[in-house]
Design a protein around this ligand. Structure first.
Ligand code: HPA
Ligand code: ZN
Length: 326
């Protein structure tokens, strides 16, 4: 079989996916019409023409404003359901999906409406696609620690619907330590922990050291520049820590896929995984990311199989459910 069929056909878990980053222009127009919202762009092509990213900041400047078409529980359901169908078509049998409640509560949408819609899509995916799905709630690191703590208190009421918490948005000037207390409380409440350590942002290797040693996360999002410090790599390997990397996203926000770092971690036996991040904006769902990395780094079929195995081993499936896949 050809590379695309093989990569898409491999059963896999997706562990680094922002639901708000799956908003395709077509759905954006449909939701805008449904909610009576005027958009500046009038065609899909005009929307795509704004996807001219040079770094994380320029991506986020397009990503957040687009969310104003998301208003009702149905909107959040439709967004997640569209993603789950697309992911399923590229071999995803388990998805752990980030969502950004503060991107909605900060503009007046109730937390309860966001989670109600997303939860409905999770239940539907299990029933209609046989895809198991979980939600990971992310705090926006450019908002205050107090606002994050208040959002955590909202989430506590929905504990059984949220497997863990993460941290995303702009890392510059917002290091992990800013949220140490919030993450300690989240741990106490029973949530698993992950965090974006974005490559090429200031002080990032120090941020990786701090999330490993102080916050003691269960996983790291991006973070492949850990290869700069072999002692940290050894520590991550010893702990069996997963890394969720996003090659095509990397090529947009850093101008390279970081395939050298990803492959170095793979060869080292670290549980590195391949994911899509914001597939509607970067034009690649998870299977496409396997293909892109394989082509750039000349990976063998056995490497892709190992990456898919890693996706289950780094997942937050219970051991009993994980055993169904690996
Ligand atoms: N990085 C940081 N924050 C984000 C991203 C990302 O790629 N996508 C959505 N929020
Ligand atoms: Zn991300």
């Amino acid at each position: 079989v050809d590379l695309v069929s093989f990569a898409h056909g491999l059963p896999k878990a997706e562990l680094h996916l922002h639901l708000e980053g799956t908003l395709e222009p077509e759905l954006k127009f449909a939701l805008a019409a449904r909610n009576g919202i005027d958009l500046a762009e009038k065609t899909v092509e005009e929307v795509r023409a704004t996807y001219d990213f040079t770094d994380l900041t320029s991506f986020l400047a397009v990503y957040y404003p687009a969310m104003r078409v998301l208003v009702t529980p149905d909107d959040f359901h439709d967004l997640a359901w569209a993603y789950l169908q697309r992911a399923h078509a590229q071999g995803v049998v388990h998805a752990e999906m980030f969502f950004d409640p503060q991107a909605h509560t900060s503009r007046g949408v109730p937390f309860d409406d966001v989670i109600a819609g997303y939860r409905r899509a999770v239940v539907r995916a299990e029933r209609e696609l046989g895809v198991s799905a979980e939600l990971i709630m992310c705090f926006l690191r450019d908002f205050s620690a107090e606002y994050a703590m208040a959002t955590l208190m909202d989430a506590v009421r929905y504990k059984s619907w949220i497997v863990g918490v993460g941290l995303d948005s702009d890392e510059r000037d917002h290091p992990p330590a800013k949220f140490a207390e919030v993450f300690a409380r989240a741990r106490q409440e029973g949530f698993l922990l992950t965090m974006h350590c974005d490559i090429d942002q200031v002080g990032s290797i120090d941020n990786i050291r701090s999330v490993l040693n102080q916050i003691e996360v269960d996983r790291i999002d991006h973070g492949t520049n850990i290869v700069e410090d072999p002692s940290l790599v050894a520590l991550a390997k010893e702990r069996g820590l997963g890394f969720t990397t996003c090659p095509v996203s990397n090529s947009f926000v850093t101008e390279q896929m970081k395939s050298d770092e990803i492959v170095a971690l793979l060869r080292e036996g670290v549980k590195v995984t391949i994911n899509s991040d914001d597939p509607a904006y970067f034009g690649a769902y998870v299977g496409d990311n396997y293909v892109a990395l394989a082509e750039e780094a000349g990976l063998a079929a056995s490497d892709l199989v190992q990456l898919a195995i890693n996706s289950f081993e780094a997942s937050w499936l219970t051991p009993a459910r994980r055993a169904a896949y690996v």
